[in-house]
Design a protein around this ligand. Structure first.
Ligand SMILES: Cc1ncc(COP(=O)(O)O)c(C=O)c1O
Length: 248
């Protein structure tokens, strides 16, 4: 009989204790801690992206992705029916409404259903996709790579491109999943990608997350917004409404 493999128990068998001890001995466990910078660079290197923004949670990453995608009050966002609720809550944080889309046999959003929803149940004027039922604009689609399964992301991205929708990949459960043909990692294919390092995830920091984006300027902006939108570190001038979503 094969050995039982628990879904959510972390496996600490490397340098974890050494790094925690180093951080405690340095007396820097949040702001300016060198490990955060190392972690961001290491993750960027692994994912083959220019920049990574480390955050307090995957949920924080999804919240920021909504803001960066321009989703605001009165908009709608397409989300999968099968997911952990944290992929949907950020839609409400920015005052938008979720539209639930069916999933396929791989438990991820079904591109055929998405396509027929956009073409039959919405109007597209060349710029904005409008839900015929509510008359509200649809701005983005959240694709969740459930249990590490890669959603049919290329098909979803081409539908999204046709209807001017931003693609937010929830890769919180899929760090390390990649496309065989291209080698691209889940989370690096759409406009925004989000990872989680919660206690039950593929790697864990206890609680934590990260955001990546097709446009690395968006990642810079995520860092700014997630650290209280501080313009400078000396005078504490804030140039927009910031959030406290980072380790800083
Ligand atoms: C699909 C999905 N989205 C979002 C999250 C939220 O991540 P976090 O717990 O780091 O906020 C999780 C995990 O908890 C998840 O499984």
């Amino acid at each position: 009989m094969s050995e039982f493999i628990p879904l959510s128990v972390p496996n600490f068998c490397g340098n974890e204790l050494k790094y925690v001890t180093e951080a405690i001995k340095s007396e820097w466990v949040s702001t300016g801690v060198a490990q955060i910078d190392r972690f961001e660079k290491g993750l960027a290197n692994y994912l083959h992206v220019e920049r990574v923004c480390a955050l307090q949670s995957g949920t924080a990453g999804l919240h920021l992705a909504m803001i960066l995608a321009g989703v605001t009050s009165g908009d709608e966002v397409i989300v999968p029916t099968l997911t952990f609720i944290a992929a949907v809550n950020p839609v409400r944080y920015v005052g938008a409404e979720p539209i639930f889309m069916d999933c396929d046999d791989f438990l991820c959003m079904d591109p055929e259903k998405l396509d027929s929803f956009c073409s039959e149940e919405c109007n597209f004027n060349g710029e904005v996709l409008v839900d015929k039922r509510t008359n509200k604009p649809i701005k983005a689609v959240v694709v969740v790579h459930v249990f590490g399964n890669l959603a049919r992301i290329n098909e979803i991205c081409s539908i999204a491109k046709r209807y001017n929708l931003k693609v937010i990949e929830d890769a919180t459960e899929a760090l390390g999943t990649y496309e065989l043909e291209s080698g691209r990692f889940a989370g690096t294919i759409g406009d925004f990608g989000v990872f989680s390092f919660n206690g039950n995830k593929i790697i864990t920091t206890g609680g934590g997350g990260a955001l990546v984006a097709k446009n690395s300027e968006d990642v810079k902006r995520a860092k700014h917004l997630s650290t209280q939108a501080k313009q400078d570190t000396l005078y504490f001038v804030h140039d927009e409404v910031g959030l406290q979503l980072s380790y800083d």
